[in-house]
Design a protein around this ligand. Structure first.
Ligand SMILES: [Zn+2]
Length: 338
């Protein structure tokens, strides 16, 4: 088969790769129905995250089970499944407490931008649907694998409750789906920080009530204007930079909640600043597996349409164009069809 590799900044190649096979008895092999490019894939693509030589890419996936190892009990060939970007046994003490993305057996998935994928710990990582889903729901089901699951965690970790005031920092696909998630959780006022018109439009569709285009001190002042001069109940940080993290903390009222789900690059927090901000901080790699059954159900009942974040669909062999489009902000998120 052919799969996606990164060789260096801006250098994505779709090339011959060994077809994945069962290597451990708890593995499954999937034939992917769809895969996509993550905002976090842009860090190495932009040369902002070093790689150790040519590296397979892709960690968002859904598809049909082709084969399972001899110790797999719950997942069967022929099922449609979605899995998280982090594998989990769904059984250890960390998993039992809902943090499957830090499972003691965790591995981070890669190599999903390919037609076939090996998934370790299949029973604990994958969630199967009862029936094969209709084709038009595939983009939204794919979204549950990471981008929606991460946006959902952003809202959950920031304790978004009915009637809450919420600021979402970051208008990438995760930020946009954090808006959808906050709306689902009953937030009354959702401020999207966004400078791009197409993203503002989608933010409003997903439930944003206000748009703030300013950043830094000006952005914080605008938010406080909209929030009785005090700040929001919850701020959802969906980027991972120093600027976005401080924006989130400083937009939150004392006693409020800040979540952070963007992979941090160069974030360093000052102790005194944190001390006097007096906010709850909670984040990390989203425990998507915890939310998958619920999110898949919302999609199958057509209560949400997170697949709207895919504004570019390409055949898998044009994956390099997909990266370029996202890097140049011509696309919010690229769906790839094997
Ligand atoms: Zn575990």
């Amino acid at each position: 088969m052919q799969g996606t590799m990164i060789y260096g900044a801006g250098d994505i190649r779709f090339e011959d790769r060994p077809e994945p096979a069962i290597t451990r008895p708890t593995d499954a092999i999937l034939r992917l129905s769809a895969t996509c490019i993550c905002g976090s894939d842009l860090w190495p693509y932009r040369g902002l995250q070093p790689i150790n030589g040519p590296t397979p890419m892709g960690h968002e996936y859904c598809g049909i089970v082709e084969e399972v190892g001899k110790d797999v009990r719950n997942i069967r060939p022929g099922q449609f499944v979605v899995g998280s970007f982090a594998t989990s046994d769904n059984n250890c003490l960390i998993c039992q407490n809902g943090y499957q993305s830090s499972c003691i057996q965790r591995e981070f998935m890669s190599a999903a931008q390919a037609p076939f994928l090996r998934v370790p710990l299949a029973d604990g990582t994958l969630v199967a649907t009862t029936d094969l889903p209709p084709g038009q729901l595939i983009p939204s089901l794919l979204a549950t694998s990471d981008v929606l699951g991460t946006g959902w965690f952003a809202a959950d970790a920031a304790s978004v409750k009915p009637g809450a005031t919420v600021v979402v920092v970051g208008d990438g696909a995760v930020g946009l789906l954090a808006i959808l998630s906050a709306k689902q959780m009953g937030a009354e006022r959702i401020i999207a920080m966004s400078r791009y018109e197409s993203r503002q439009k989608l933010a409003r569709e997903f439930g944003a009530t206000d748009i703030v285009t300013e950043r830094g001190d000006e952005g914080i002042a605008r938010i406080k204007d909209l929030m009785n001069g005090i700040g929001a109940d919850s701020a959802l940080e969906c980027v991972g930079t120093q600027e976005s993290m401080l924006q989130a903390i400083r937009s939150t009222r004392p006693g409020g909640f800040v979540s952070y789900v963007g992979v941090p690059h160069g974030v360093a927090l000052d102790g005194a600043g944190l001390f006097f901000a007096q906010v709850h901080l909670h984040g990390g790699p989203a425990p998507v597996r915890r939310y998958l059954p619920y999110l898949i159900d919302l999609v199958l009942k057509e209560k949400i349409n997170p697949g709207k974040v895919f504004d570019l669909t390409l055949p898998l062999d044009q994956v390099a164009d997909g990266y370029r489009a996202m890097d140049e902000r011509r696309a919010i998120k690229t769906l790839l069809q094997p």
